[in-house]
Design a protein around this ligand. Structure first.
Ligand code: PHE
Length: 353
């Protein structure tokens, strides 16, 4: 019987030496150690042994069983190692291959212009103020002295919002809380003055504005930057000086400004401001329609009624304000003639700037 057991061990050793994969190892385990396996068959024969032979055979059974278990363990390890080797060989990396180039992003011309504007005004002592794009009608119009029947209030220009789709206004909000998409950055004038309470106030507010309008020179969303300076003794001369400094810093020292009388309800007097066309140098070209000038912004002295409306004494303080179309500035800077190109975000276009 002991010979039988030793033969079993030798057979297991042979078979496991050839095992190729885990399945073969498992098959060998079942064959030798399984319930219906060879070792169990030998054990069943032990009943027939003389009692004094049993301990010796029992010992041999145990040591053969331990031997087979050890062989199984080693075969399992060998199979796993071989599989890992094969994997590594198959997945070999060629670290000398050149990498795949990563595409570089480009800052948008409007973002670049916006950053430049903020930096120029920071040097002139202005800080950035912010306001919401969903604005109260009161701030967008009423407090800016728009008469109720002003044409800019027309549905054609202003995007109204369905109050049912909006979150409730904060407690103590002025009445009526009609909200719209702001049509200009001027409502931030009101917010800045209400927040500062007391002049001097020097703020700029870059941001998105919305008007129901769309063609080569208009998009329903565009960018403006508002500038507001309220202090004792501020005059039209300060407005002119600030405008000049800004335009020269943005486009270059050769650029000139010109003011034309205009009308805005919230400024008195009001002006439209032209700059000598940066592309033709004021000589006149197709884009400026031969005039040599381009209109870039609206400006004026803050209407005294607007000041008293936010609790600032117009006898003591005066202020100027202007609003610039940032997209327009970016177009002029890069010689782009269709505003919509700025918002298509075609990388091939943006890459050229
Ligand atoms: N808010 C005006 C517009 O959008 C521009 C403006 C701003 C005019 C400040 C005067 C003063 O047309």
């Amino acid at each position: 019987m002991i010979d039988e057991l030793n033969a079993l061990l030798a057979q297991a050793k042979d078979e496991l030496a050839d095992a190729r994969d885990e399945a073969q190892v498992e098959a060998a385990r079942i064959k030798f150690l399984g319930k219906k396996g060879s070792l169990s068959a030998v054990l069943r024969g032990m009943g027939k042994l003389a009692p004094d032979e049993r301990p010796r055979v029992g010992e041999a059974v145990n040591s053969v069983k331990a031997g087979i278990e050890d062989l199984l363990e080693r075969a399992k390890k060998a199979v796993a190692e071989r599989a890992l080797d094969a994997d590594l060989r198959r997945e070999k990396l060629d670290v000398t291959l050149p990498g795949r180039p990563q595409k570089l992003g480009h800052r948008h011309p409007v973002s670049l212009a916006m950053d430049d504007i903020i930096e120029i005004f920071a040097r002139l002592g202005f800080h950035v103020a912010d306001g919401p794009e969903i604005e109260w009608d009161v701030y967008n119009f009423e407090k800016l002295c728009f008469p109720v029947d002003h044409p800019a209030r027309d549905m054609q220009d202003t995007f109204s919002l369905d109050p049912a789709t909006l979150p409730p206004p904060p407690k103590g909000a002025p009445d009526p809380p009609t909200r719209i998409l702001r049509t200009h950055t001027s409502p931030v004038q009101i917010r800045a003055m209400l927040e500062a309470r007391k002049p001097p106030i020097r703020v700029i507010t870059p941001g998105k504005v919305y008007r129901c309008d769309s063609d080569v020179t208009h998009t329903p969303m565009f960018h403006q930057v508002e500038c507001l300076h309220v202090e004792e003794g501020v005059s039209m001369a300060h407005l002119r000086g600030t405008l000049d400094a800004f335009v020269k810093a943005f486009f270059g020292p050769h650029i000139q400004t010109r003011l034309r009388p205009s009308y805005f309800p919230f400024t008195e007097p009001s002006a439209e401001v032209d700059i000598s066309h940066p592309l033709c140098g004021g000589k006149g070209c197709k884009i400026c329609k031969g005039s040599g000038w381009m209109e870039v912004l609206g400006a004026g002295m803050v209407n005294p009624d607007e000041l008293s409306g936010v609790g600032i004494d117009p006898e003591k303080y005066t202020g100027y304000a202007f609003g610039v179309g940032i997209d327009r500035l970016a177009m002029l800077r890069h010689g782009i003639d269709d505003l919509r190109l700025l918002f298509d975000n075609d990388v091939r276009f943006l890459q050229q700037l």
